[in-house]
Design a protein around this ligand. Structure first.
Ligand code: KG4
Ligand code: ZN
Length: 346
């Protein structure tokens, strides 16, 4: 009997690795949903002083950490390498040097332990994340994927293999806009949570920032304009000595950013006849986006699901979880599996 047959009858523990950007993450997930461990080592302190991710530094840090994080994930799950059924790794899209560290580690493990190897798409991993915690989530549904690198409205048609991208950003991603506005205001990095927290104490009607492409009639987004509007507003208001509080600026920016995301998602939901919306990616951790999408969903009788915060931002649990579904669909990759910086989900 092959090892694959044995493990399928017992429940599959998959070790997943994600090094697509600045987090070194390793997780062990059983049967696609049961998270045994999900270690995420953030590099934020390392990149903070540069106000953004420095790709070369990220790769080097992954190299230093990866073996320790694998060890920690195994220990936390109380699992030996011999208990594993497969090795999964994010191999696209992301920072190429960073991805290569994870792919090399995954190949070495799979080779040494003679386990199946699966290369997983990071964006697809984000789309899968809400499914790990919500039994009621079914196909088809509409997914808003919003992170530091992506702003995508995706039809998730069936079976974790059939997607249709309705729209994406023409320029900056939503998370990128949060990070750039925070950097400009001198608030720190990454900006999403900082602005989210400040906005709770501010007045969102203090300044009316533009809502780019709100009425464009398609499902495309644009986030570089809002960022520029914030900068122009602050420059002018400073000159005139009329600068509002940073809380008011944060709340007004966030109101504009979130309104577009909610309006376009709801419009697509109605036009395409969906009954379920999912939010995922780092920006899905945003308190206003979660609240406003739920309110808007309720108004039209549509359910809204989003993952817990730890599964919104980058993590390897979503990679190991999705890998289980891909394994059951028959995916196996060879040792010539490579990393790719740019691939989208379809
Ligand atoms: O998914 P993620 O960890 O990495 C990428 O795949 O890009 O997303 C990171 C992004 C950053 O831009 C960060 O500022 C944003 O998610 N983010 C948030 C919040 N928490 C993280 N944006 C808005 N509100 C938040 N609470
Ligand atoms: Zn991500």
């Amino acid at each position: 009997m092959t090892k694959e047959k044995e493990v399928l009858s017992e429940g599959m523990k998959i070790l997943g690795i994600d090094t697509s950007c600045d987090d070194t993450s390793v997780a062990i997930v059983e049967d696609g949903r049961s998270i045994q461990s999900n270690i995420i080592s953030s590099q934020i302190e390392l990149h903070k002083k540069y106000g953004g991710i420095v790709p070369e530094l990220a790769s080097r840090q992954h190299v230093e950490l990866i073996n320790y994080i694998i060890e920690e994930a195994l220990q936390k799950a109380d699992v030996n390498l011999t208990d594993l059924s497969a090795i999964a790794v994010t191999n696209r899209p992301g920072l190429i040097g960073a991805l290569l560290v994870g792919v090399s580690a995954a190949k070495s493990l799979a080779y040494c332990c003679q386990l199946p190897l699966l290369g997983i798409n990071h964006i697809e991993g984000h789309i899968y994340a809400p499914f790990m915690e919500h039994d009621q989530l079914t196909f088809p549904h509409l997914c808003l994927t919003v992170s530091g690198g992506h702003t995508l409205l995706v039809e998730v048609l069936e079976g974790w293999e059939n997607y249709h991208v309705l729209g994406s950003t023409q320029d900056d991603a939503a998370g990128e806009a949060y990070d750039k506005v925070a950097k400009y205001l001198g608030l720190g990095f990454p900006g999403g949570k900082i602005i989210d927290d400040l906005a709770k104490m501010g007045d969102e009607t203090a300044i009316t920032f533009p809502r780019p492409m709100l009425n464009s009639g398609n499902y495309q987004f644009s986030y570089s304009g809002i960022k520029t509007s914030v900068r122009n507003f602050v420059e002018k208001a400073t000159k005139n000595q009329e600068l509002p509080s940073v809380e008011d600026i944060a709340a007004s920016f966030q109101a504009a950013a979130v309104e577009v995301l909610v309006a376009k998602t709801i419009r697509a939901t109605k036009e395409k006849g969906y009954r379920t919306i999912t939010l995922t990616g780092g920006v899905a951790a945003n308190s206003l986006l979660r609240k406003e999408m739920e309110i808007a969903g309720e108004e039209i009788g549509v359910k809204v699901f989003y993952p817990s915060i730890r599964l919104c931002t980058d993590n390897a649990a979503m990679i190991a979880g999705l890998a289980y579904q891909k394994y059951c669909q028959g995916q196996r990759d060879d040792f010539d599996l490579n990393a790719s910086a740019n691939s989208e989900i379809i």
